[in-house]
Ligand binder design. Structure first.
Ligand code: ATP
Ligand code: ZN
Ligand code: MG
Length: 516
């Protein structure tokens, strides 16, 4: 795709520019155009692609410059290079640069398809799109230029173009393994059956259930199986990951790029002074209504949201550290609390809820160690589903969860190549979903996954390993609601039809409520 940058900016000096200085500046411009801007540009690149100063005007105390470029020594990079180059020249005449005023910044892109969603950002004053040519008129300061805002806008638009091209293709899905078909004797919706038996009841909040003792007995039995058959034998240690995730963590994990429609946001009081809050309580006391608008004015934030993906909030524990070779691979897990997602409508069953319970397994080490651990987990899960739960299940390579959650487009290619893939591990980066057959709806339910996340998290949280090899990580999320939904959908609610180990672990159902 051809891209052109066009920039007009003024460099302000702290004193008047003399005629003699003017000549020196003109010489500096000449040098910049002929040598400075060409530095680092590969041979053979068309000169029109390389940044140039195409015009200038020197007045009392400003040097106004026009820059044009393609994608090499982009106009804004040329500006800063020139500033650095001309500063010592001005210095010899006892002049300093006081500031930069960006007067005009245009980006033109060719080959932009109709229907691309042009971002609505304060940096974009206006845009036109005609005959596949997109022109952006930017409103940026020199600080924005230093912060590479134009380059990021360009990347963003390229992403949106991909979204337009691949949008309809849906997520990647490629079968890896399918179990044999299992007897399909039970065909009812497990959630409805659980409700009928008072194993669960709707919570007061959206997509939330209150799990009665019988449901929890099942959850705990599944947890026990995961602990005894997977977590302990493979040597994972239990940790407690925080369940309130601040923006800082999601900025590093990548979730800040796209998870907004599904977040449960968290706000804090502007102050905890009881006098500041007195009105709110008083209003409620006399009306019986909680004054939400009044509260909105008394809170700060959101400062982040409730746990969404579970593993990101582990990473500050190792952030900025170098891990000793002997400690690798690090293997931990968390089952300390709920995850929350504002799911799309039609949430009936326990399998798609706004508040759910998940065991999250996380490991990190070299690329080889990370891939090896994923393979061990796959083997262990395989055994559990075949020999203990006797499920009808399958697994498939899918769009990596982190790409999906960053709102990235799956073009079918392996996700961005990652460092350390020398062993062929690079091919393995991505997510494998485990799915169970649901006889009642003749569909498949994703009930857990295993992901090799490459160097994404170690990079985001600046974690290194002693050997200086690239650090990789993986994670696996075991959804207890989803396990329960899958198991009951296939085996029914009567323990007579359950495999022995599950029957034993669950024990006699605890019937403690008698509703009259
Ligand atoms: P889906 O496509 O079904 O929404 P997902 O791709 O959003 O699932 P992940 O983000 O990969 O799911 O989450 C990992 C695991 O967390 C899932 O395999 C599942 O066990 C569990 N999970 C995710 N969302 C929910 C939910 N809304 N209710 C219950 N469990 C969930
Ligand atoms: Zn994870
Ligand atoms: Mg989802």
């Amino acid at each position: 795709m051809s891209v052109r940058f066009s920039l007009t900016a003024g460099l302000f000096t702290n004193n008047e520019i003399s005629d003699e200085t003017k000549l020196a500046v003109e010489k500096a411009i000449e040098e910049a155009n002929t040598t400075l801007f060409r530095k680092g540009v590969p041979r053979g690149v068309d000169v029109t692609e390389v940044g140039q100063i195409t015009g200038f005007h020197i007045s009392k105390n400003s040097i106004e410059l026009n820059f044009e470029s393609g994608t090499y020594t982009r106009a804004h990079d040329a500006l800063f290079r020139f500033k650095k180059h001309v500063a010592p020249v001005l210095g010899t005449y006892r002049l300093g640069i006081r500031g930069i005023d960006v007067k005009k910044f245009h980006i033109t892109m060719a080959g932009v398809p109709d229907g691309v969603r042009i971002p609505n950002l304060p940096f974009i004053k206006s845009h036109t799109l005609a005959d596949g040519e997109l022109t952006l008129d930017l409103k940026v300061t020199s600080a924005d230029l230093e912060n590479k805002v134009p380059d990021r806008i360009l990347n963003l638009i390229e992403e949106k173009i991909q979204a337009t091209n691949y949008g309809g293709k849906g997520e990647h899905w490629e079968l890896v393994f399918a179990s044999a078909q299992k007897p399909r004797s039970f065909t009812r919706d497990p959630t409805e059956e659980m409700v009928k038996r008072n194993w669960i009841r709707h919570g007061a909040s959206r997509g939330q259930w209150i799990h009665g003792p019988q449901s929890v007995q099942l959850f705990r039995a599944f947890e026990q199986i995961v602990l005894e058959r997977i977590i302990r034998p493979l040597g994972f240690a239990e940790m407690i990951f925080p369940k309130l995730t601040p923006w800082e963590v999601w900025m590093r994990s990548g979730h800040a790029k796209g998870v907004y429609p599904e977040i449960y946001y968290v706000c804090t009081p502007k102050t905890r002074d009881p006098v500041f809050w007195e009105d709110v309580g008083d209003y409620y006391k006399v009306t019986g209504i909680v004054p939400v608008e009044m509260i909105r004015e008394k809170i700060d934030g959101p400062i982040g949201g409730l746990c969404y993906a579970q593993c990101p909030s582990f990473w500050p524990f190792v952030q900025g550290e170098t891990l000793g070779t002997a400690s690798l691979p690090v293997k931990v897990f968390d089952r300390s609390g709920t995850s929350h997602r504002y799911e799309s409508g039609g949430i009936h069953g326990i399998e798609r809820v706004d508040e759910f319970h998940r065991i999250e397994i996380v490991w990190l080490g070299t690329a080889e160690q990370t891939v090896d651990m994923a393979d061990k987990l796959h083997d262990a899960y395989h055994q559990v589903f075949e020999e203990i739960l006797e499920l009808e299940w399958r697994c498939a390579r899918v769009t990596p969860w982190f790409m999906a959650q960053e709102g990235m487009v799956d073009t079918g290619k392996t996700p961005q190549t990652v460092e350390g893939g020398a062993c062929g591990c690079g091919e393995r980066v991505g997510t494998t979903d485990y799915e169970a057959y649901l006889p009642y709806s003749d569909s498949w339910l994703e009930f857990q996954n295993v992901s090799i996340n490459g160097d994404k998290y170690p990079k985001g949280f600046n974690v290194k390993i002693q050997s200086n090899e690239p650090c990789w990580s993986g994670c696996s999320g075991v959804g207890l609601e989803r396990w329960t939904a899958a198991f009951l959908a296939q085996k029914g609610l009567d323990s007579d039809g359950w495999p022995d180990m599950v029957k034993q672990l669950v024990g006699e159902p605890e019937e403690i409520f008698r509703f009259m």
